[in-house]
Design a protein around this ligand. Structure first.
Ligand code: IPM
Ligand code: MG
Length: 356
């Protein structure tokens, strides 16, 4: 099959982790006889530095003309520490999501058998925990009107959702729940927020259309607690943009490291596959970052964008084999002095795949 992908490494550790994922993607394509065409494009702080725009029109064009986008990370401390900066790397990521119409971000939360002892949670709580968090990605407070009043001394960010936006994400979530363990948890703050009350109203209207699915409603503060207390009680969770951002960083501790969780952003145009973590600038260029979240995002790319399930599984098997063989970066290594470098993990995975 011909696979035409756009590769957006971004900032910080982005280029290093994407390089490892591409070693894996190339190995899978060689093994399974796929013809890969990868077009690299600029995004994030490096794009601001080079062309003054974190998501330049040429990059958007490349994404639109590809079958999938593999994305690294964006962000740079020089912007984080300067609240007055008007052009920011994150705007690139948000514009990419909006312009590609990627309204659903699928974040599978999982535990890894060989990493159970790395989780700060008790083994019996996390063993076998697996749920899908579906985060709405192009609405809410991230995209509402924002601004300053009173000569800059008052600031606001509006959280806006339309019925259509809520309906389409809930529909997708129900479809996931039907294919899964048939339980959907709708997370909101309907006791306080009007936008959450719209979410709950729409969910209550839709629930009777999915009689096989048990719909559960949960306030976000309670959900934050239950994710840690009883992670195995969740199957599919759906929530608005910012709640999903926060809850999935929290949920990543179940797997033992933020460096392990992949995601797929899907919607109207080309889907984007990216790790849920950020650009980890402190580690940039040191060859120590964990590439597995990006490698697993590549597995999701084969499965979701190309419907190539075996290829996705081959990558998952390689990742599990690397952990069994203890070829892991320092964040998940038992003995940090024996930790593998980022680049060694990528090479090991690609070799393992080519030997299958
Ligand atoms: C994520 C990230 C982004 C977000 C940032 C980098 C804008 O935290 O993908 O979870 O908040 O969506
Ligand atoms: Mg986040």
């Amino acid at each position: 099959m011909k696979l035409n992908i756009a590769v957006l490494p971004g900032d910080g550790i982005g280029p290093e982790i994407v390089e490892q994922a591409m070693k894996v993607v190339n190995a899978v394509c060689a093994k399974k006889g796929h013809d890969l065409e990868a077009t690299y494009a600029l995004t994030g702080a490096c794009a601001i530095d080079e062309v003054g725009d974190p998501y330049p029109p040429e990059t958007h064009e490349i994404c639109m003309n590809s079958d999938a986008v593999l994305f690294g990370a964006i962000g740079d401390p020089k912007f984080d520490n300067n609240p007055k900066a008007t052009v920011r790397p994150e705007q690139g990521l948000l514009r990419m999501r909006k312009q590609l119409g990627l309204y659903a971000n699928l974040r599978p939360v999982m535990s890894f058998p060989s990493l159970l002892h790395k989780s700060p949670l008790r083994r019996d709580l996390v063993e076998g925990a697996e749920f899908m968090c579906i985060r709405e990605l192009t609405g809410g407070i991230y995209f509402g009107e924002k601004g300053r009043l009173d000569g800059g001394n008052t600031a606001f960010d509006n959280c806006v959702y339309t019925r259509e936006e809520v309906e389409r994400i809930l529909k997708l979530a129900y479809e996931f729940a039907l294919k899964s363990r048939k339980k959907l948890t709708v997370v909101d703050k309907a006791n306080v927020l009007e936008s959450s009350r719209l979410w709950r109203e729409v969910a209550q209207e839709m629930a009777p259309n999915y009689p096989e699915v048990t719909t559960e409603y949960m306030f976000v503060d309670n959900a934050a607690m239950q994710i840690i207390q009883w992670p195995k009680n969740f199957d599919v969770m759906v929530t608005e943009n910012m709640f999903g951002d926060i809850l999935t960083d929290e949920a990543s501790v179940i797997g033992g490291s933020l460096g392990m969780l992949p995601s797929a952003s899907v919607g109207i145009h080309t889907s984007v596959f990216e790790p849920i973590h950020g650009s980890y600038p402190q580690a940039a260029g040191k060859d120590i970052a964990n590439p597995l979240a990006t490698v697993l995002s590549a597995a999701m790319m084969f499965e979701y964008a190309f419907d190539l399930k075996e290829e996705g599984q081959l990558i998952r098997d390689a990742v599990n084999a690397s952990m069994d063989a203890k070829v892991t970066t320092e964040d998940i290594a038992d003995d940090k002095t024996k930790a593998a470098k980022t680049s060694e993990v990528g090479t090991w995975l690609a070799d393992w795949i080519s030997k299958q």
